[in-house]
Write a protein that binds this ligand. Structure first.
Ligand code: ZN
Length: 457
């Protein structure tokens, strides 16, 4: 960990202790920005030499791509999002070997790992390895494609201005995405459920099935070099156990077990799917062990809350990482979020119903808005309360009140929209969780430009 980040963390936890923080990943705006900027070191563009024959290109797009040098060829692990960024990464890797590409291995089927494969193909067609169920990751939610696309743009802040952009938690902002997916080549060799041990260009290599972020994930192990490629089941941030762009349930228990299995190999180096490789044996094993335990702990605490009959809202505010895990730089919630994970586990195990009969058939939003206005002492009073909440920096409450006001025929909807935009920007400024921050800002911009007129009349 750099001195900078250590100092920031101290400041961060002292802020927590004084109770200034309102939300799980909300801090003073200056500190939020400093934290996000320090995380930037995790995807600084360049090639990292992992061992004598293993090289990882970081920061050429969102994810990492690695090259293992063998006797008569090289092996590529993951291929970035599209051919243009993959080409740039390969060019940088070529400083270390010009041998032909014998094989390409996909750790999982997410677009940022597979879309640039064609850039690595020379005269000979390499073998392409993926798991048996490769591609199953997004199948379950395909019907909701149009809205997922919009939410994806918000989560990653794809339309934010350079001034608004920070990063994506485990990836830089403003990546070149225009040719995304254009270089994808389907796997020609499917890894069976019990994994595969083979030799490519005289490099011994093992592929182990490891469901987690996706069901089709595997990790790759080099037994001689003792290097482990984790894919996206490990990177330097609390894991994205749920993605706000909208995903089917990611099996959190499997994820924890897959990372525990990685730790058992006692790697000397870990190369994550995103963020910097860890090049120290003790640090690598500790990080994997902590990571697995952190996921397991969030799962266990959530299950305890569920069986105590608590609602997801309650549990999401109660669950937290234990003190000995909280200060680990690779568990800070730059990308994943603990409360989001809790809600995902709840609905993954039980579906949407929280067990409270009040929520079996809640009031329709417009009816509820009228009743809330009545309760407040009239629409004008509700409007004043909304404005006051904004003025006091109580942004979440301002958002909730503006969402009621927008349904009222006698309400000032223009003002409600204005307040919502300002409250979203207020929350964004305090956020160090990149997806939250990007989502708040993107949604505010869409409201301001009128893009959301259908749902915000
Ligand atoms: Zn990824």
């Amino acid at each position: 960990m750099s001195i900078d980040l250590k100092a920031l963390l101290l400041l961060f936890f002292s802020t927590l202790a004084t109770g200034v923080v309102q939300g799980d990943t909300q801090v003073d705006p200056k500190l939020a920005l400093k934290m996000l900027n320090s995380q930037q070191q995790q995807f600084q563009k360049g090639v990292v030499q992992v061992t004598d024959n293993v090289f990882t290109a970081v920061g050429f797009h969102g994810a990492n791509t690695s090259m293992i040098v063998g006797t008569d060829g090289v092996i590529i692990i993951d291929t970035l999002m599209g051919p243009s960024s993959a080409k740039a990464a390969l060019q940088a890797l070529r400083a270390h070997s010009d041998k032909p590409v014998k094989a390409i291995l996909y750790t999982h089927s997410h677009g940022d790992h597979i879309g640039g494969a064609s850039a690595f193909v020379g005269d000979e067609m390499p073998d392409i390895y993926g798991t048996q169920n490769f591609g199953s990751a997004e199948g379950a939610t395909q019907a909701a494609g149009p809205v997922k696309q919009k939410r994806n743009v918000r989560q990653f802040g794809r339309k934010l201005s350079p001034v608004e952009s920070t990063n994506r938690g485990v990836a830089p902002a403003l990546t070149a995405d225009g040719d995304g997916g254009k270089g994808f080549l389907p796997p020609t060799i499917k890894i069976p459920d019990n994994g595969l041990k083979t030799t490519i260009a005289d490099v011994e290599i093992e592929m182990h099935i490891a469901p987690g972020e996706t069901d089709d994930a595997m990790f790759i192990w080099l037994p001689n070099e003792k290097v482990l490629f984790s894919g996206d089941n490990f990177y330097s941030s609390f894991p994205n156990l749920y993605a706000i762009r909208g995903t089917a349930y990611r099996d959190v228990l499997n994820w924890s077990q897959s990372v525990a299995k990685m730790a058992e190999f006692q790697p000397h180096c870990v190369v994550p799917g995103h963020t910097m490789p860890i090049l120290d044996a003790d640090a690598a094993v500790t990080a994997l062990t902590d990571y697995s335990q952190a996921i397991r702990s969030v799962y266990d605490q959530t299950v305890r809350g569920i069986n105590a009959g608590k609602s997801p809202d309650q549990i999401a505010h109660e669950v937290e990482l234990h003190a000995d895990l909280k200060d680990k730089p690779y568990l800070i919630e730059f990308y994943g979020s603990v409360p989001h994970a809790v809600r995902a586990i709840y609905s993954g195990l039980l579906g949407w119903f929280d067990g409270n009969p009040t929520t079996l058939n809640p009031l329709e939003p417009k009816t509820k808005a009228h009743k809330i206005a009545e309760l407040a002492g009239g629409t004008d009073r509700l409007t004043e309360q909304m404005q006051a909440a904004l003025d006091q920096g109580d942004y979440q409450w301002a958002l909730e009140l503006s969402d009621h006001l927008k349904w009222l025929d006698d309400g000032d909807r223009k003002l409600a929209r204005k307040v919502k935009i300002a409250a979203l920007r207020g929350l964004a400024a305090q956020e160090y969780n990149a997806p939250n921050r990007n989502y708040y800002l993107s949604y505010a911009n869409e409201l301001e430009s009128g893009e959301l007129s259908e749902i915000w009349f």
